[in-house]
Write a protein that binds this ligand. Structure first.
Ligand code: SF4
Length: 236
């Protein structure tokens, strides 16, 4: 179980405290070295030391709202009562009958510590901490998806892979639409005009809920995506 507590707000969105399970491999992937062999022992030891130091700084929270799918084409998704999302969203969410619109964050403690390291001239430690923060934010998304499986999906239902503005052909500007539908300020997240979120280690996105068999048959879009050099490619 990756959720510590849950609460509901007036507009029906749910707030969850998430438990993050951070893997060394994911941190190395963020640093661009997961597939390089062998990984130097001093790199592994630095990552391991900073992961231990960073763990108490991770305060993962999420907010989400679930809406029924009104229409879904190859270029647009409309959820009931919401402004439309633009982009090739169906590639990820096709079998979904409902969609969870979410934002998760791990707070700003890691990025503040990384800035401190940088200002003191410790650029390697700063870079590594940023990678740990990014991997922790992704792990928070995984925890939220697991929460959707256990608390929101009904019998025979499953949850699709999550999908974020700025990835896989979905314009980053779609963050604006997402922030019109939910209120991430409830977990301390705001959106800048540049489309960056504050705290920086936050992730917004969509995850579909629908028939588990159809989701399995739909598969992983990365398997038939022709973008060869994608660091976010998912293998299962
Ligand atoms: S390979 Fe990359 S761009 Fe293509 S679907 Fe997967 S994550 Fe998206």
């Amino acid at each position: 179980m990756n959720v510590k507590s849950m609460a509901c707000t007036n507009n029906g969105q749910r707030l969850v405290d998430l438990e993050v399970d951070l893997a060394t491999r994911e941190v190395l992937r963020m640093m661009g070295g997961a597939h390089r062999r062998p990984i130097e022992s001093d790199v592994l030891s630095l990552v391991s030391r900073l992961m231990s130091e960073a763990a108490p700084c991770v305060q993962a929270r999420g907010v989400y709202l679930i809406r029924e799918v009104e229409s879904m084409t190859d270029r647009e998704l409309t959820l009931r009562g919401c402004p439309p999302f633009l982009g090739p969203i169906a590639k990820f969410l096709r079998p979904a009958q409902r969609v969870a619109v979410y934002v998760v964050t791990i707070g700003d403690a890691i990025e503040r510590r990384a800035s401190q390291w940088a200002s003191e001239g410790h650029s390697v430690e700063s870079y590594t901490l940023h990678a740990i923060g990014s991997a922790a934010a992704d792990a928070a998304v995984d925890a939220l998806v697991e929460h959707l499986w256990t608390h929101e999906a009904g019998p025979g239902e499953g949850v699709t892979l999550p999908f974020s503005p700025g990835y896989c052909g979905m314009p980053l500007e779609q963050q604006q639409t997402l922030f019109e539908i939910i209120e991430p300020a409830a977990i301390g997240v705001t959106l800048l005009p540049s489309m960056l979120m504050v705290p920086l280690k936050s992730v917004s996105g969509l995850a579909g809920i629908g028939n588990a068999k159809e989701i399995e048959i739909h598969g992983v879009p990365c398997e038939y995506c022709d973008l060869e050099r994608c660091s976010m490619r998912r293998e299962d």
